[in-house]
Design a protein around this ligand. Structure first.
Ligand SMILES: O=C(O)c1cc(=O)[nH]c(=O)n1[C@@H]1O[C@H](COP(=O)(O)O)[C@@H](O)[C@H]1O
Length: 281
C-alpha cells in the first residue's frame, strides 16, 4: 500500500519546503501574460506555471473553477496539470471545496480521490458546512486510497467569521468544533495525519476571544499568504508551535512572476527560503 497522505506531505515539506503553489489562471493574469481568455490561453498558462513550479514546490494547488469555466476542454487541461505536477514530484491538492449530503459526497470522493478517476489528486479541499459527518465518504475514500482531505475551518475571506466564529449548541465556536473533528481523525497517526485544516494567513493571531486549537496532528493549509496580505510574520503568529505543519499557499503572488519559467521558479524558491523560519516554531 502506498504511504498515507500524512506521511507523504510530511516528507514533502521536509524535502521541498512549505510553499504551496496555487495554479489559478485568472483572466487578468492570462492578459498580463499576453494570452487570450480562451482554452489555448488557459492551457499555455496552466502548463507553463505547472512545469516551472511543480519541480520546486512540495504541493501544487489548482483551483478547479478557473478550468471549469471553459467546460470539458478546461477540465481536460486540469487533468494535464494534475498529471504534469505529479510527474514532477509535487503533491497535488485539488481545490474544489466540495460538500454535500453523504450519498453525493461519495460521488465527489470517487471523482477526486479514487486513483481510477482521470481527475484523481493526492488531496482535495472540502466544505464541512453541511455538517462534518457529511464528509464521511471522503474520509473513508481518503483512508482507502492513501489520499488527504483539507477541511475549511477558518477561511481567509472577511465573510468567514459569521459562520466560523458562531457558537455551537455545545458552547464552542464552529471552527473549534471542525478542528476537534480533524484532531480525532488524525489521532495516533505518525508522523502526521492525512486530514488537514484550512486556516487562512489572514485570520489574525489567537487571542482570548478565540477558542480554537490548531494542534490537530495534521497539515494546515494557509491560503491568503501573498496577494491577500498574509505575511510570514502573520503565519508565525497565527500558527505558533504548529507552524512547521503549515503549507503557505499563494496563487496570484507567484503567478505574476510569469510567463518566464525562470522567474516563476525563482519566486517559488525565494518564498520557500523565507518560509524556513516557520520550522523554528
Ligand atoms: O481552500 C483554499 O485554497 C482557500 C481557502 C480560503 O480560505 N481562502 C482562499 O483564498 N482559498 C483559495 O486560495 C487561493 C488564493 O489565491 P491568491 O489570493 O491569489 O493567493 C484561491 O485559489 C482561493 O480559492
Amino acid at each position: 500500500m502506498t504511504h498515507h497522505f500524512g506521511s507523504r506531505v510530511h516528507a514533502a515539506l521536509e524535502a521541498r519546503g512549505q510553499l504551496c503553489a496555487g495554479i489559478d489562471p485568472h483572466v487578468g493574469l492570462l492578459h498580463e501574460w499576453g494570452l487570450d481568455d480562451d482554452v489555448a490561453g488557459l492551457e499555455r498558462f496552466a502548463l507553463t506555471a505547472t512545469e516551472a513550479l511543480a519541480p520546486v514546490c512540495s504541493v501544487v494547488k489548482p483551483q478547479s473553477a478557473f478550468y471549469e469555466r471553459f467546460g470539458s476542454r478546461g477540465v481536460a487541461v486540469l487533468e494535464r496539470v494534475i498529471a504534469t505536477a505529479r510527474e514532477a514530484g509535487a503533491l497535488v491538492l485539488l481545490d474544489v471545496k466540495r460538500g454535500d449530503i453523504g450519498s453525493t459526497t461519495e460521488a465527489y470522493a470517487d471523482a477526486y480521490l479514487d486513483p481510477a478517476s482521470p481527475l484523481a489528486a493526492d488531496a482535495v479541499t472540502a466544505s464541512p458546512y453541511l455538517g462534518f459527518g457529511s464528509l464521511d465518504p471522503m474520509v473513508d475514500a481518503a483512508r482507502k486510497h492513501g489520499a488527504g482531505v483539507f477541511v475549511l475551518a477558518l477561511t481567509s475571506n472577511k465573510e468567514g467569521p459569521e459562520v466560523q466564529h458562531a457558537t455551537t449548541p455545545g458552547g464552542q465556536s464552529v471552527a473549534a468544533l471542525m478542528l476537534d473533528h480533524l484532531r480525532s481523525l488524525n489521532t495516533g497517526a505518525t508522523p502526521l495525519g492525512s486530514f488537514g485544516a484550512v486556516v487562512g494567513a489572514t485570520v489574525g493571531a489567537p487571542d482570548r476571544s478565540h477558542d480554537w486549537d490548531l494542534a490537530i496532528n495534521g497539515p494546515l493549509l494557509a491560503p491568503g499568504y501573498g496577494a491577500q496580505g498574509g505575511t510570514v510574520d502573520d503565519l508565525r503568529r497565527i500558527f505558533g508551535s504548529t507552524a512547521a505543519h503549515v503549507l503557505a499557499s499563494t496563487s496570484r503572488g507567484l503567478l505574476r512572476h510569469g510567463p518566464d519559467a525562470g522567474g516563476l521558479a525563482a519566486a517559488a524558491r525565494q518564498a520557500n527560503d523565507e518560509l524556513t523560519v516557520l520550522r523554528a516554531g
